[in-house]
Design a protein around this ligand. Structure first.
Ligand SMILES: [Zn+2]
Length: 344
């Protein structure tokens, strides 16, 4: 009897040991492959068309499809990203390029002609001056309906007024840069180098504070007024400068139709380009569904520009801004941590 019991115990122990050894050596590790699965699920919904492959081999270093860990961490608490596009005929994103902003490269042929990275029929959608109620959400909806992505250049002050709207922009997976603190003309006679630096840095700190995460080191000068000293400063900060290839002049358009006509006429002539628009403008928001449909019908393809690294804001500006605003503009804590039911 004792022997039989001992035998049973021994075989049980042996089977536990064998199972444990198998588990540690051969069992499939779902947890190890999880980050890759998440990355795959959050990449662009449409695979690049075969025609894009030759360009891909040339500019391979510029292409990034998975996004940085920092971006994912930043996006994670905001909202889950859509993994699939519900619109089978969507404009989509044909290509995602990642920009190394070292030295402050310039983009947009209106002012910078060195980096001709777009191929025929490729466009980059850019929006300035938000975030703003109604208009920015309307632009976001139009972009989401077409499963496409853009670059936003928010004004720092507006970001502190409406941080929740800027967070929606980030949650939708768009790229966010900055456009100064107060939209001051950095090339005006009254502007000093110090004031220009303050406008630039305070703008980035405001966007960072609103988002709860640092934005891309992408910058657009208000009114495209490129002040030489400020350009040199941005270069020293490794911030890329965005002009445009094609100005929609939406801020002075009388109607949505006029914006669509201006953009399509210029595009059909130029064949490609970075398009400058304003999510701050009502007519732009109204124009967006039609414009995106026209781009699709015209065979245009959207390229999303992302940054390899986020901007490093300066602590002195971050701190000064928090003091100036007095109240936290955006809580990074989930509601469950702030408000807990302790009795019912
Ligand atoms: Zn502007």
């Amino acid at each position: 009897m004792r022997n039989a019991l001992g035998l049973m115990l021994a075989s049980f122990v042996a089977s536990v040991v064998i199972t444990a050894v198998w588990f540690w050596t051969a069992a499939p590790r779902a947890n190890i492959s999880a980050p890759q699965t998440v990355a795959a699920a959050t990449t662009k919904p449409l695979p690049p068309p075969p025609a894009a492959n030759p360009a891909k081999s040339i500019a391979r270093d510029d292409i990034e499809t998975t996004g940085s860990i920092a971006e994912k961490l930043a996006a994670a608490p905001l909202a889950p990203m859509k993994s699939a596009c519900a619109n089978p005929d969507a404009l989509g994103v044909a290509r995602v390029v990642e920009i190394d902003t070292t030295g402050g490269p310039g983009f947009g042929f209106e002012h910078f002609k060195q980096l001709d990275f777009l191929t025929d029929k490729e466009v980059v959608l850019t929006f300035d001056d938000g975030p703003w109620p109604s208009n920015t959400p309307a632009v976001l909806k139009a972009l989401a309906d077409e499963c496409t992505k853009a670059v936003f250049f928010p004004i720092g002050k507006h970001a502190t007024f409406h941080p929740e709207i800027l967070r929606q922009v980030a949650a939708a997976g768009h790229t966010i840069g900055a456009h100064t603190w107060s939209h001051a003309n950095l090339n005006s006679k009254k502007m000093t180098e110090q004031l220009a630096k303050d406008e630039i840095e305070k703008g980035y700190s405001a966007v960072r504070l609103a988002l709860g995460a640092a934005p891309a080191p992408f910058f657009r000068f208000p009114e495209l007024q490129h002040a030489p000293a400020a350009m040199a400063y941005l270069g020293s900060r490794n911030i890329a400068i965005f002009s445009c290839d094609l100005d929609s002049f939406d801020f002075r358009a009388k109607s949505a139709e006029q914006i669509v006509a201006t953009v399509m006429t210029k595009l059909d002539k130029q064949g490609k380009g970075i398009i400058l628009m304003h999510d701050f403008q009502k007519h732009t928001a109204e124009a967006m569904p039609t414009l995106l449909r026209r781009l699709k019908a015209g065979g245009y393809k959207v390229v999303q520009m992302k940054a390899r690294a986020t901007v490093q804001t300066l602590g002195e500006y971050d701190e000064a801004l928090i003091k100036e605003i007095k109240v936290p503009v955006a809580s990074t804590r989930p509601i469950g941590r702030v408000v807990q039911t302790v009795s019912q």
